[in-house]
Design a protein around this ligand. Sequence first.
Ligand SMILES: [Zn+2]
Length: 466
Amino acid sequence: MTFVRWTQLVVCCGIVLAGLVPGACGAQSAPASAPDSAPAATAPAGNRTAYILPPEKLAKAIALSRIRNILDIVGALWGLVVLWLLLATRTFAGIEAWAGRVSGRRRSPVRADSERLPHPRWLQGLLFFAVFFIVTTLAGLPIDALGHHFSREYGISLQGWGGWLGDQGKGLGLAVLIGAPILLLFNWIVRRWPRRYWLGIWLAAVPLIVAVLLVSPLFEPIFDKFEPLTQNHAALVEELEKVVARTGTDIPPGRMFLMKASEKTNGLNAYVDGIGATKRIVVWDTTAGRIPDDEIMFIFGHESGHYVLNHIPKQVSLSVVGLFFVLWTCAGFAGWLARRFGSAWGLQTQDSSAAPLASRTGFVVLIFAVSIAGFVLQPVINTVSRHYEHEADVYGQEAVHGLVADPRKTAVAAFNALGEAWLDDPNPSPFIEFWEYNHPSVKTRANFAAQYDPWKDGGHGEFFEK
Ligand SMILES: [Zn+2]
């Protein structure tokens, strides 16, 4: 959860992509829906569902889902309102002026007459964007805190408030360290190419997206502890190796890790992340040893599917194409906002030749425009994600064929374990699933798994010859 959180913060907020970049495939942001795996199609006969919660959990799951849905949508809208309010009250303009004053002058190191020289502009910019991250994070904190409160209340999160705040602080620190220089670069591009800056930002964003995917696993130990999976789960690793052999993936035991999630949560999860040299699989310690190994094999098969089926490169490619049009559109929209509200919002241009968006505050107008696009496009992004998750579910079920007694039973049991651990909504409204879910609902996934049996009558699956 923290991993996805900071990636989103840095990549989406920082890079102004507002959610266009896929999280490392499979890593499920904990609070929302259940962990990883997939989708849609034929339900079991009649009204029966393969996702069944015990009565007391059923009531809790329904209540908690309602709270989550409200917080998700309110949180997203609140983020937009905060940006608008901070612009309309000229708070950003004030911060820009303040950053200029605070870091505006320095004493000359060589001249004794104490003549003061201007600081480089980039220093003022770094200060401005650091404050930007701090202010927007603080503004969103109450809603995040409400989410954490309910997660504790319903027995999912075990993390105390001190630890939780510490994680928020670390996330913010990373956003400032990584996000502020990136925004500074983009702001410089706007200044340098006032007409075609959106193209420049797009060109710069592409390698940054790949870099973030590559290095993201390196930052995860800041939030959680990891150990080699073989250390305490040697038998499980042996089972997973069978899946590796069947799927032909090159994930050696040295790339399998156990994450110590149990101090923070009761939720179950496993995910793959990184690319190339940093590619790895992570199983939470709330999962290994707590649910049967064959169910973890299925989850592992699902995760392997993301790699074998090239979901990360495919999603990155789609994001890059989408980002091109988003930036192009948002440049026009932000320009209109600047003309319409520029004087009210206090947009300053240091020199009259620069476009209004070239100022720090003007750049926030661009961030605002892209954030709106991110909100509107969320269902599109989620629909693509659900498609890949479904594909990975199919792959996972086929990957354990011949390794477990009955892939259907194993998959259905795994989905029920995941759904119960996260108290996933047993019956989400189609609209909520369409708008908010980056994985198909557990009900959808379990129902599909229950009837997926391509091997009957001597057939074979979509991805394996037998
Ligand atoms: Zn997945």
